[in-house]
Write a protein that binds this ligand. Structure first.
Ligand code: SF4
Length: 238
């Protein structure tokens, strides 16, 4: 990567050190203060990503950075309720929703790999429809925010509030990493934040329709994702 002297932009090494330092210093900060730090540090090179399970992080970010880019990844396999939530967020919130799509449509993927790749090789399907498109969609940004929370599953228990995304070589901000589900519910209620209607219909975590089921009593929030397929994460956050 070209250094500061040539481009005016921090080097990758500097970004990584900045992220790690911020992760330590902001561990106890509020979600709003974490997002304010990111907005101040990166300006238009900062975006929020949203699965449209809810619009909590987008709402928090819009209050510190009106018009912030909210990147939504349309895999082609979403529930209609998820697309509807995306459209509602776009219509009523002070954010700039950007929808990114995989290079191939579902029909083109079926022609190349056969139908229902998600049942036969979900890792490849996620790589083609999630991981690669997000990599493309984030290309112009130095930092991105997610709605990851430590209490969602054991795989997310160590999520830093600010960290280094080594896979994409970007700063990764998780402003609600320390929140619980109760914190999310309270914020949604207090601010009337848009949520995916499926959350009221037994789904605790909303992903692509073929790979998401309702959760059972006592299961963790992500138990309904790729259930029975030995997979718990799509690769976006690994
Ligand atoms: Fe494919 Fe399922 Fe991954 Fe969506 S969640 S990209 S349908 S394997």
């Amino acid at each position: 990567m070209t250094g500061t002297a040539q481009t005016g932009q921090p080097t990758e090494q500097e970004l990584r050190e900045q992220a790690e330092r911020a992760g330590r210093e902001l561990e106890d900060a509020s979600a709003s203060d974490i997002l304010k730090w990111a907005a101040d540090a990166f300006g238009s090179r900062f975006c929020v990503t949203s699965s449209m399970e809810d619009a909590v992080v987008a709402h928090l970010a819009s209050r510190v950075m009106p018009g912030v880019d909210v990147v939504f990844l349309d895999t082609g396999y979403h529930f209609p309720e998820t697309i509807g939530t995306r459209d509602a967020v776009d219509a009523v919130m002070d954010v700039n929703v950007i929808t990114i799509t995989p290079r191939r449509s579902v029909a083109e993927q079926d022609a190349e790999h056969g139908p229902k790749l998600h049942d036969r090789d979900p890792d490849l399907c996620c790589a083609l429809r999630k991981v690669k498109p997000l990599e493309d969609g984030l290309r112009g940004y130095a930092a991105w925010a997610t709605g990851l929370r430590r209490d969602e599953s054991p795989t997310r228990a160590g999520t830093p509030v600010v960290g280094w995304d080594a896979k994409r070589r970007k700063v990764k901000v998780s402003p609600i990493a320390r929140w619980t589900q109760d914190d999310v519910d309270a914020y949604v209620a207090e601010h009337g934040v848009l949520t995916n209607p499926l959350l009221m219909d037994g789904y605790a975590s909303v992903g692509c329709a073929p790979c998401t089921r309702r959760v059972l009593e006592g299961e963790d929030a992500r138990a309904g994702r790729w259930a029975g397929r030995g997979k718990t994460e799509c690769g976006l956050h690994g």
